[in-house]
Design a protein around this ligand. Structure first.
Ligand code: ZN
Length: 197
């Protein structure tokens, strides 16, 4: 089978290493999530066998993957009132969509939509829910930039002032360049505000 996304490690402690990922099976011509040991990929998904109905459940041990932790983290932030960050998520009405109440649909969506272990999940609209439409995987820097209380370091504030002083960029353009609201640029230029990292 051809690897489409992955393989990503399954953390099994000292046991034999295992990986999971999204594969394309040339026999039944479908994308299949599978777990493999030692990185060996079989020729087909097992669709020739009697147990082919099981193929979507074939990814055992998924709780030991980083992606599962991503999923359970979101679920907890949105639904568990005892979660320390609940107030920023469930507490302010951010919901975890019906479709993703089970892990498997979330996993399959993630693998088909650019999931990488080093990326973090981001909501396009910060006030929107965790849904397939509103979510994407981005680098952590992008994610920080998109946070509601986005901050600018003193270094960045200085850079904004020096770029603006050169006169080639408007406040509006600077806001775009640094991924912040225009009012923040305005405040920075007035020396009224800067926030440390
Ligand atoms: Zn197959």
């Amino acid at each position: 089978m051809k690897i489409i996304n992955g393989p990503w490690p399954v953390d099994k402690g000292n046991k034999k290493p295992a990986y999971f990922g999204l594969f394309y099976c040339p026999k039944c011509k479908t994308n299949v999530v599978k777990q493999t040991s030692n990185g060996k990929v079989s020729k087909t998904c097992g669709c020739g066998r009697h147990d082919h109905k099981k193929k979507h459940g074939a990814c055992v041990g998924y709780k030991d993957t980083k992606l599962y932790k991503v999923w359970s983290g979101i679920r907890s932030r949105c639904r568990n009132k005892n979660n320390q960050r609940y107030k920023h998520y469930g507490g302010r009405g951010i919901a975890f969509c019906e479709e993703w109440q089970k892990y498997e649909p979330f996993r399959d969506w993630a693998l088909l939509n650019g999931y990488k272990e080093y990326l973090s999940i981001d909501r396009r609209n910060n006030d929107g829910n965790y849904t397939p439409e509103n979510c994407r995987f981005i680098t952590l820097t992008d994610n920080n930039r998109n946070k509601k209380n986005n901050v600018l370091s003193i270094k960045k504030a200085e850079k904004i002032r020096s770029i603006y002083a050169e006169g080639e960029h408007s406040q509006r353009e600077l806001a775009k360049m640094f991924g912040v609201h225009q009012w923040r640029i305005w405040k920075v230029l007035k020396n009224e505000i800067w926030v440390t990292d």
